[in-house]
Ligand binder design. Structure first.
Ligand code: AMP
Ligand code: GLY
Length: 428
């Protein structure tokens, strides 16, 4: 099979790495890709949202399967675009239709979906510009902290958690009346604050059947001890040590099953990944968000633990035959540490020469923001490289990741040294 992966991050390099291992894969392409994908696949200089150029590439390279990495093209309807085109409709495409992608593309739609299907989540109300005053009054009825979420996609920045009522009212106004997050904050969901520890569960569904993939926990803040600005993710661990059998049973019966059944009952075309962000409050799981794709850097720890051939899994997803496959998971722990450019997630420089990649041993190097310049691997983004390791427990895996991270260097390189720090507080 000829396979095209859309995206350019660590997630897509991990997909490419796993897909390339499969005997089922003949030719592998990544668009636009990075220096890491370029070493194992053919990179195509095409943007993930340029559907016409993707169409042309699919036909030219006789692509049998497209795996969509990021959410943007899904929310923009790439799956629907394929289905509506006589030349593309038989190409397998992994990801939901635009309707399914609303689970991530609209916080309000996601909340409505959860309430229709009795899926446990924080209580909420949503407001638009015309109901700004009602929104402020609603905030007065809540206890701090106040959770405000821009309805639409806001590049991971659209959630504000505020301690002061006055500030919450002001930010609500900034979002609704002054377009703080552009069109994404034309509506705002105000939520009850849930106090607990977060984890993520990943599901692969063909719209009828599903497989629960390994759990993971990511570390989103830039600073040690989970402080400072939110990033795309500074590291991840799989499995989540506190996701014991009891919690997983609750998650599957109260959240995963009703989500897949909801998709089925509502006739939503969904053949792809569901990334469920959860919060555990007193041992009870609640959904904080759906994403309609895999996470980054969660993919860097989830996929390396899946022993079942990834291409077989994706093919079965596309053919609605997931029930025929058995999922085999590596019982070891996987960790990844993300190495980033100084300044990230704010302004940072690109084009810095990266050294030490070839010295890494016993871990896998997943490129995120890298490119080749004059035959050299250079930085090309905020998140630069993720170092993934396997070990008998997460501490052993982390030790390997950190030993290898120390071999890398580039100007203003930064990484968090405390990935997994909160797990000991959970008694793990
Ligand atoms: P989201 O983009 O919905 O994942 O939200 C970003 C982050 O905000 C989450 O990872 C949580 O840390 C936090 N968060 C979101 N919703 C809530 C909530 N209802 N209660 C507490 N924290 C929340
Ligand atoms: N690591 C969080 C995300 O991919 O959304």
């Amino acid at each position: 099979m000829n396979i095209l992966i859309l995206g350019s991050g660590g997630r897509e390099h991990t997909f490419a790495h796993q897909v390339a291992k499969s005997e089922k894969c003949t030719n592998l392409f990544v668009a636009p890709g990075n220096a890491g994908t370029g070493a194992i696949a053919t990179n195509l200089a095409i943007s993930v949202n340029d559907f016409d150029a993707i169409r042309q590439a699919v036909l030219e390279h006789k692509i049998d399967m497209v795996v969509v990495g990021p959410e943007d093209p899904l929310v923009n309807g790439i799956v629907d675009y394929f289905k509506a085109d006589p030349d593309l409709k038989n190409v397998m495409i992994i990801g939901p239709s635009a309707e399914g992608a609303e689970l991530e593309g609209s916080k309000e739609r996601a909340k409505e979906f959860m309430s229709r299907h009795n899926i446990p989540t924080a209580a909420y109300a949503s407001f638009d510009r015309d109901s700004l005053d009602a929104g402020k009054k609603f905030l007065e009825t809540l206890e701090p902290p106040y959770v405000l979420k821009a309805d639409g996609l806001a590049a991971g920045k659209g959630v504000l958690i505020l301690d002061s009522l006055e500030e919450a009212k002001q930010e609500l106004e900034n979002m609704l009346a002054h377009s703080k997050f552009g069109a994404a904050s034309a509506k705002v969901v105000i939520e009850e604050f849930l106090d607990g520890i977060e984890l993520s569960v990943f599901v692969l569904t063909d719209g009828m059947n599903y497989k629960v993939l390994p759990t993971a926990k990511d570390y989103k803040r830039i600073g040690e001890g989970d402080t400072g600005l939110n990033t795309g993710g500074m590291g991840a661990i799989s499995p989540v040590p506190f996701a014991d059998e009891d919690l997983m049973k609750k998650i599957e019966s109260r959240i995963v099953l009703p989500t897949v059944n909801g998709i089925k009952e509502e006739g939503i075309d969904y053949k792809g990944f569901i990334f469920i962000g959860l919060i555990k409050v007193n041992n009870e799981p609640y959904v904080i968000e759906y994403n309609v794709r895999m996470g980054d850097p969660e993919t860097e720890v989830v996929l390396p633990r899946i022993k079942t051939d990834l291409v077989e899994l994706l093919k079965a997803t596309s053919r609605q035959e997931l029930n025929r496959l058995k999922l085999e998971i590596d019982p070891r722990s996987a960790t990844t540490v993300m190495v980033v450019s100084g300044g990230y997630p704010e302004a940072y420089e690109k084009g810095k020469k990266i050294s030490g990649i070839s010295d890494i041993s016993g871990s896998v190097v997943f490129h995120a923001g890298t490119a080749i310049k004059d035959g050299q691997v250079v930085t090309n983004g905020g998140r630069v490289i993720a170092i993934t390791s396997l070990g008998d427990d997460f501490r052993m895996a982390l030790k390997k990741s950190y030993q290898n991270v120390e071999k890398l260097s580039f100007d203003r390189m930064y990484y968090r040294t405390d990935i997994g720090f909160d797990l000991s507080q959970e008694g793990m």
